[in-house]
Design a binder for this molecule. Structure first.
Ligand code: GLY
Ligand code: MN
Ligand code: MN
Length: 470
């Protein structure tokens, strides 16, 4: 945990942004996978962690905006709990650890909430992606699920996004630590990337390394020789000579701040000329983005500029043609990169997206595009010092998408479909790094992970020697 004052200051800053009512933060409960004694590893709700710091299941915090009263709610431990799960600090001492003066039971919380609703007071709460929490909230407030959905507090969402978007020094230290660990995981994946190994073996090693550090992965890793499938969680292919292995993996720091990196490496240890050609374009995109990211620039502008670099690179290979700016304006580039350049990173890998992607990534000045590809840009708004984000350009050859566009003659002014035939089984390449927006521009979080083709080939050769002698 950070020190107590940090959580007190965060709650204070939050309350200053709210006019009236009660703010309720509901922590996560344990999530069973086949019986209530067998649960997935517990992961606390990120906003609860941010404001209340306590990393145990079954807690809630209520803040009274008007009186400043703060209360922690949970269950008092019983002797039965102690027998089966060991002793734990009492609720009141948990509250005091994070600077909350009072504690009480959930029954009391429910009474307070129902009375407040009856008295016409607003209860501000956040949306949740967990069905059990939505049900719990409905029970606590005595409302049905539709009413709970309808009354999600947009004011609270806005205030939380404001605070969590700009990372403080102690958060940046955690994000650097997560990125350093991420670097170790990616190095281990490179060590294992050789013919005969199965994707799941590498994914298993990534999980093990995170667990051995006492941490958890920040999302289910993507470890695939089919990088063209963007969120590919199938892991049953065997690596073979000539294939490209895409590893998109992140890990949490001890306090649950995330990293998120992608590297794409040749299983043979050396890129073919065709692979190097495409890789070099993705690399140029990454470098262009890094040159542009600074306070005051919108991420939408960076995304579109990078897409122009991507088109120019594909034109040099004969895969695209025509005016690059017009191709991007029309959306032709999205055949090759149907996703956005990146997203916020913090306590969540797609930071705060549980609160709504638009609430995090867009505002009244920058609205989400409805064009295929650019519509998937998660972060479009103006960048500020202290934002932490991913930069993740990619080029993919998705046979079904190419076939569909080709059969409709879509963007044939810009796309050279006959040349594309040679790339149908290419797969995909993505590179992803994590950066902090600084006053002058941006800096990489964590140790650099090799990413230039020569550097990668050298690293792969070195890792294979280590693998042989170890
Ligand atoms: N794993 C998805 C992403 O990098 O955003
Ligand atoms: Mn990723
Ligand atoms: Mn990402």
């Amino acid at each position: 945990m950070f020190k107590c004052e940090i959580y007190q200051q965060r709650r204070q800053k939050l309350i200053e942004q709210m006019d009236e009512g009660l703010v309720l933060f509901l922590g996560n409960t344990d999530s069973p996978f086949n019986s209530s004694d067998n649960c997935y590893r517990f992961r606390q709700d990120s906003s609860f962690l941010y404001f209340c710091g306590l990393d145990q299941p079954g807690l809630a915090v209520l803040l009274d905006v008007e009186t400043g009263r703060e209360m922690l709610f949970g269950r008092q431990q019983t002797l039965e709990d102690t027998i089966w799960c060991g002793p734990s600090p009492g609720l009141q001492s948990q509250a005091e650890r994070v600077g909350i003066a009072e504690s009480a039971s959930f029954a009391w919380l429910s009474e307070q909430l129902k009375a407040a609703i009856k008295g016409g007071r607003t209860i501000h709460y956040l949306p949740s992606c967990r069905a059990d929490k939505r049900m719990q909230l409905a029970d606590l407030c005595g409302l049905n699920h539709a009413a709970i959905e309808k009354n999600i507090s947009q004011t609270l969402i806005g205030a939380v996004v404001n605070l969590r978007s700009v990372k403080a020094e102690e958060e940046i230290r955690e994000l650097d630590a997560a990125a350093d660990l991420g670097c170790q995981l990616h190095t281990a994946a490179m060590r294992m990337a050789r013919p005969g190994v199965y994707e799941w073996q590498i994914a298993g090693e990534l999980e093990a390394l995170a667990a051995r550090a006492g941490n958890m992965l920040s999302f289910p890793p993507i470890v695939t020789i089919h990088g063209e499938i963007l969120h590919n969680h199938q892991r049953d292919h065997q690596l073979k000579e000539g294939a490209l292995l895409l590893v998109d993996c992140g890990v949490e720091s001890g306090l649950h701040y995330a990293s998120d990196h992608t590297r794409t490496v040749p299983v043979s240890g050396q890129f073919s000329a065709q692979q190097r050609g495409i890789y070099s374009i993705v690399l140029a995109c990454l470098e262009r983005a890094r040159a542009l990211i600074r306070p005051g620039t919108t991420y939408l502008e960076v995304h579109l500029d990078v897409c122009r670099i991507l088109v120019e690179g594909l034109q040099a290979l004969g895969l695209m043609q025509g005016d690059a700016g017009q191709a991007v304006a029309a959306g032709a580039h999205a055949l090759f990169m149907p996703h956005g350049l990146g997203h916020m990173l913090g306590l969540d890998v797609h930071d705060m997206e549980e609160l709504g992607e638009d609430a995090v990534g867009y505002d009244e000045h920058v609205q989400r595009s409805d064009q295929f590809g650019t519509s998937r840009l998660r972060l479009g708004r103006k960048l500020q010092e202290g934002f932490v984000l991913t930069v993740e350009p990619g080029i993919y050859f998705i046979p079904q998408l190419i076939e569909q566009w080709k059969s409709h003659g879509q963007y044939s002014d810009f796309i050279n479909y006959s040349e594309l035939e040679r790339y149908l089984d290419f797969g995909g390449i993505r590179l992803e790094d994590d950066v902090l927006v600084t006053p002058e521009g941006n800096r990489l979080l964590g140790q650099p992970i090799p990413f230039r083709p020569d550097e990668l080939e050298t690293q792969l050769a070195r890792e294979k020697i280590i693998e042989r002698v170890s």
